[in-house]
Write a protein that binds this ligand. Structure first.
Ligand code: ATP
Ligand code: MG
Length: 573
């Protein structure tokens, strides 16, 4: 490709609308343009990077035995009514009515459509397992589209769905997909971590998110410094606090704590550490209040609470709701004498002689003990893990780090097949539902994530496997026939041996060419200019690290090929 013919509208200034670096750079480098909120056009270079990711995804999915198909983007409401998601999905689902007054939606995901396809076309265990995927535009009417391609309303996803005859088969397929995902992100040249994710009612370790590690990531992940344990915040566990020698139970005492409502204020006032206080929070789970007990320095992880209660929605009650169901203002609540269902975090059960609210304004109770003073309905791990915690597997120090979710794999079980009555005949001739799995990759988000992870002040530093071009040849003096001839020859040679190359043949100053090459992040920059005239040398500069190698004109193509290939193999498994 010739730069002079390329649609590449680069910008000098950073557009004010962009907050994160990938968004800024993709706009500045002329990769994308916004059409409407969360909706972008992919320009040629942006699309090239996307296609690179797609191709890696495709190869690895095919290698793992999956088959590509393409499903409709417009989906009839009936199917969503069958699965129950027409109601449940909420406003992220873009719904519309066609000219025949039929309700439809734009696919945010395709479980319904694929399950319908399979139930109509596969009837026997003999045709199982089957694993189907597509790479397609999805639409989700995100409440806050932001960060460019990171959270768009319209975006590209690879979504795959597997159908197995047995639980065991589905688990094997899941492992295969996990392995394929490791290969995909490794081959993309990304630094990533697979983390355990919440699998809702399915349970077990059958949901993993693939996180590209980047400080700007929206998600926090928990990683063990010593072993392979990694999880997202919703799922992360910590080693239980060491059991302390039983303390003698002290007599219960009611103390005045005037105006002290916050944990810190109460603790300072009473001269106790927050580890000695139990806070009582009122949550509303599917419309019903429940009291949650937690150590003073801990925070509730709402997904864990939701799973424990089997609720579809949990939220913290506001001050009015709290008062209405307890008769006590927020800040003075406690479990003693409270007539609401009580659930406690595991750590609370290890505490003795702790402080709680007295269910009376301006008063707390000290030396409270479970069993003697109140009883708890359910206990479970309900809290957010912190950087002070230790690994649940090996006891190593846990660390919190930021990541960008680029992939998510999930064992679905029979949720959809049961809802849509998608069944087959097993080897005993019995009609049973398919055991399903689903596997997503945010293709357009992966390109943005790659940029978040790989950039400097001058622009993008693409990993070679997903760069729009592997090399860029700069003709640094278009007026000089010898230089122009050399640049053109190199360009033809590179193309002939399969190097993906862009020739900067524009009539521009070298400074501009250097800047643009850096901005768009092409891994190898081949400079044809003064050093050729003076010393007969061509310089090849690596975008990552800035190392420059000088070679003779005759050796340039071979050397470049070698450099590209070695960079590609480094990201192979
Ligand atoms: P998130 O928590 O970020 O909203 P999700 O759990 O809704 O993601 P999935 O439904 O698992 O995502 O979709 C599969 C993949 O699609 C995600 O791992 C992510 O990489 C990508 N993705 C999801 N929503 C968006 C979006 N709005 N814009 C770009 N990519 C997205
Ligand atoms: Mg989402």
């Amino acid at each position: 490709m010739r730069f002079s013919q390329l649609l590449l509208p680069t910008l000098k200034e950073t557009p004010a609308e962009a907050e994160v670096v990938s968004h800024k750079l993709m706009l500045r480098a002329g990769f994308i343009r916004k059409l409407a909120s969360g909706i972008y056009s992919y320009l040629p270079l942006g699309l090239k990077a996307i296609r690179k990711v797609e191709q890696i995804v495709r190869e690895e999915m095919n290698n793992a035995g999956a088959q590509e198909l393409l499903l409709p983007m417009v989906q009839p409401a009936d199917l969503w009514q069958e699965s129950g998601r027409w109601k449940k999905y909420g406003p992220e689902l873009l719904r519309f009515t066609d000219r025949h007054q039929r309700e439809s939606c734009l696919g945010p995901t395709h479980e319904e459509v694929i399950t319908d396809l399979v139930r109509k076309n596969i009837h026997s265990y003999r045709n199982l397992p089957v694993n189907l995927y597509q790479i397609q535009t999805k639409f989700r009417d995100e409440i806050r589209p932001r960060f460019g391609l990171m959270r768009g309303r319209e975006f590209l996803m690879k979504d795959g769905y597997s159908f197995d005859a047995t639980e065991k088969g589905a688990e094997e397929t899941y492992e295969k997909m996990k392995h394929a995902y490791h290969r995909i992100f490794k081959r993309c040249g990304l630094s990533f971590r697979a983390v355990e994710a919440d699998s809702g009612t399915i349970g077990g370790s059958f949901s993993h998110e693939f996180m590209v590690l980047a400080d700007t990531g929206e998600d926090t992940i928990v990683v063990c410094g010593q072993c392979a344990y990694a999880a997202n915040m919703e799922k992360a566990r910590a080693m239980a606090a060491p059991t302390r020698p039983a303390e003698p139970q002290l007599p219960l005492a009611r103390v005045e704590t005037p105006g002290k409502r916050k944990v810190q204020a109460v603790c300072e006032f009473l001269g106790i550490p927050p580890q000695n206080l139990v806070k009582t929070l009122i949550y509303v789970a599917d419309g019903k209040p429940v009291a949650v007990l937690l150590r003073g320095d801990h925070e509730v992880q709402e997904v864990k609470l939701q799973n424990l209660l089997g609720a579809t929605e949990v939220r913290l009650a506001d001050d009015k709701e709290t008062f209405d169901c307890t008769g006590t203002p927020t800040g003075y609540l406690g479990p003693v004498g409270l007539s609401l269902p009580l659930v406690a975090d595991l750590e609370v059960t290890a505490m003795a002689n702790f402080t709680v609210g007295a269910n009376e304004k301006n008063f707390h109770l000290r030396n409270v003990n479970i069993g003697r003073d109140f009883t708890v309905g359910q206990t479970a791990d309900l809290r957010m893990v912190t950087a002070e915690d230790r690994c649940p597997l090996c006891g190593g120090q846990l660390g919190l780090t930021r990541g960008i979710e680029v992939g998510h794999i999930f064992k679905l079980g029979t949720t959809y097949s049961e809802a849509l009555k998608a069944t087959f005949l097993d080897d005993q001739g019995k009609e049973i539902p398919f055991v399903m799995g689903c596997y997503g990759i945010g293709v357009s988000r992966a390109v943005a994530a790659a940029i978040e992870q790989n950039h400097d002040n001058d622009g993008i530093i693409f990993p070679v496997p997903i760069a729009p071009f592997q090399a860029i040849i700069l003709n640094l003096s278009t007026k000089d026939p010898a230089i122009t001839r050399a640049a053109e020859t190199l360009y033809e040679e590179c193309r002939a041996i399969g190097i993906e190359v862009l020739l900067d043949d524009r009539d521009e100053r070298p400074g501009i060419k250097f800047k643009d090459a850096d901005l768009i992040g092409i891994p190898f920059r081949v400079m044809v200019g003064n050093s050729l005239t003076k010393e007969g040398k061509i310089e090849i500069r690596e975008r990552a690290g800035g190392q420059t190698t000088a070679v003779s004109l005759a050796d340039t193509t071979a050397r470049l090929k070698q450099m590209v290939e070695s960079a590609m193999t480094n990201s192979q498994l």
